[in-house]
Design a protein around this ligand. Structure first.
Ligand SMILES: [Zn+2]
Length: 186
């Protein structure tokens, strides 16, 4: 384990001397050797984690068409610069200052979407009834798919300009990003 001060200022509070970085090498089951990097700020509590593969970093797009409940168990690594989309649910999570990398499975990714929908729902006020209805419909649709009440049909797309992300499933496809696409995502 290696702890070192960071030259740049905290992206959240702007403190110039409070940011530090901890890096250590770790084995992630099925994904192999990674460097886990955690940035943290002692002033405001900002924290960001990332997992960087030891080899095979190719900026690209991973896509998996999910058509069975079993596929929700497929493992994923999501880098902090990765955009996550599920077009069937009209949902996308774009990277931001507060996005951390994580290791999970597809069900875990969907649960993060459910949390995001619930947060949006709670922020809506009285005159946004149509949005509230849309959130409820989405939550209902996701829960019916997970319960097997309606056939599951979702596409999970990971677009990562750093090449830190991966969907581990034999049906998952990968295509490299062009330099122009990488620029647009960064
Ligand atoms: Zn800070």
């Amino acid at each position: 384990m290696q702890e070192s001060p960071v030259e740049s200022s905290c992206p959240v509070c702007g403190d110039e001397n409070s940011l530090k970085m901890i890096a250590h090498s770790t084995q992630i089951a099925y994904f192999g050797e990674h460097t886990q990097i955690t940035l943290s700020c002692s002033t405001c509590g900002f924290k960001q984690t990332d997992f960087i593969p030891a080899e095979g970093k190719v900026p690209g797009v991973w896509t998996l068409e999910i058509s069975s409940i079993e596929e929700l168990n497929a493992r994923v690594v999501r880098g902090s610069n990765c955009t996550v989309e599920i077009p069937e649910l009209e949902l996308a999570v774009f990277p931001g200052i507060h996005s951390s990398g994580y290791v999970s499975n597809i069900e875990g990714v969907i649960n993060r979407f459910i949390d995001a929908i619930n947060i949006t729902k709670n922020q809506l006020n009285e005159d946004e009834k149509s949005d509230l209805e849309k959130c409820n419909l989405l939550l209902e649709k996701i829960s019916k798919m997970k319960n097997g009440e309606i056939p599951i049909k979702l596409t999970l797309i990971f677009s990562d300009p750093m090449g830190h992300s991966k969907i581990l499933n034999e049906k998952a496809t990968f295509r490299e990003l062009s330099e122009k696409e990488v620029e647009e995502l960064l």
